[in-house]
Design a protein around this ligand. Structure first.
Ligand SMILES: CSC[C@H](O)[C@@H](O)C(=O)COP(=O)(O)O
Length: 367
């Protein structure tokens, strides 16, 4: 995607051929800063501290983290150490484990002398595959937007999204935003309601930044606004991303997604979830019961950072000293509230049979 006329992905191999460049997402929308990752530890810290975030991008970063590790120590012990370091960097997005398993499968059977080169090659494939998958999601989701646009006889299609499942959360295009970008490119009039997504505000900071740079009309709304908009016919469909989809079709995504799905259900608004196949976890049969929910620092709830009128970045506390806070980063939306799963292989019903028929290789990997 373009930033000030220049094409960027969220992560890339630098010109030296081995170090990894990534956009430091903690600094957006205030500053556009590129970080350089030169070790496995750098990659683990980037994931843990949310310099990079979003399920597919976490996976891509971990893959390059393995490659960086293999430059330092490509022994069996080095491979295990890298896997163990990276896999615990964040708990909920299954793409992290998926990417590391793919890397281990490619590297374990080969001679340690060949592992570094093979690791970069496999990581590059994972990155390219993400872009291809998102193109597939774009095409399949586009049909849904086109259908609504033609029903509305060319009037604006209003899409609500939560958090950031845009190109910053993936390598390029995004998941939830991919159909939106494609619809916009094709000249369909789309407008996006962007949930701010407290407490880290990925919607206000990242999704709005992305859409703005791409010229997609959008409006940032406080998280509690969606239900009101839906009651008044101001949302045609919701499209969100996901960090893990269980075998039964339950969808784990950024905290607050469940409430939006409830409101959508109550108002007859279609609620779609866009996902790449590595986000499906066939080892989890009941999403609500079994998907681990990350709990993050209370500082994200108590403090807010923004730019002052004279251009300084300032952090202020908004909660009284001494008040306990809770910060659950994700919630699970039951499959019954999900209209459809937009995947690279079509729009599926959120149930085991449809998922299994579309992605038999993911079932095989889980067995
Ligand atoms: C496509 S990324 C997954 C989700 O769609 C996204 O909304 C999300 O929850 C990301 O969470 P984050 O905590 O910012 O990594």
């Amino acid at each position: 995607m373009k930033v000030d006329g220049k094409h960027f992905r969220s992560i890339w191999r630098e010109h030296d051929g081995w170090s990894i460049g990534a956009i430091d997402q903690r600094r957006l929308p205030h500053e556009f800063v590129v970080a350089k990752l030169t070790s496995c530890e750098d990659a683990a810290v980037a994931i843990r501290d949310m310099l990079v975030r979003g399920a597919p991008l976490i996976g891509a970063t971990a893959a390059y983290g393995m490659a960086l590790a293999m430059r330092e120590d490509a022994s069996d012990a080095g491979l295990k150490r890298a896997y163990d370091t990276l896999v615990v960097a964040r708990p909920t997005a299954i793409n992290l484990k998926w990417a590391l398993d793919e890397m281990r499968m490619a590297l374990a059977p080969i001679d340690p002398l060949e592992r570094a080169e093979a690791a970069y090659a496999r990581a590059d494939e994972i990155v390219e595959q993400d872009v291809e998958i998102n193109r597939g999601i774009a095409g399949n989701g586009l049909k849904l937007i086109e259908a609504i646009a033609s029903k509305k006889r060319g009037e604006i299609v209003n899409v609500l999204t939560h958090c950031n499942a845009g190109w910053l959360a993936t390598v390029d295009w995004g998941t939830a935003t991919a159909p939106i970008y494609l619809a916009h490119e094709r000249g369909i009039k789309v407008h996006v309601w962007v949930d701010e997504t407290r407490p880290r505000n990925q919607g206000a900071s990242l999704t709005a930044w992305e859409l703005g740079h791409h010229g997609v009309p959008h409006t940032v709304i406080p998280d509690n606004t969606g239900g009101h908009l839906m009651q008044h016919g101001m949302v045609d469909l919701a499209i969100v991303g996901t960090d893990r989809v269980a075998a039964n079709g339950d969808v784990c995504n950024k905290i607050g997604t469940y409430l939006k799905a409830l409101a959508a259900h109550d108002n007859g608004v279609p609620f779609y979830v866009a996902l790449p196949s590595p986000t499906i976890d066939f080892t989890v049969h009941d999403g609500i019961r079994d998907i681990p929910i990350e709990q993050r620092s209370g500082v994200e709830v108590t403090d807010m950072t923004g730019r002052t009128a004279d251009g300084r970045l300032e952090t202020v506390r908004i909660v009284p000293e001494g008040s306990p806070v809770a910060n659950y980063a994700f919630d699970v939306t039951p499959a019954r509230l999900v209209t459809g799963l937009i995947t690279e292989r079509g729009v599926l019903k959120p149930d085991r049979d449809e998922l299994a028929a579309a992605f038999p290789e993911r079932i095989a990997a889980a067995e």
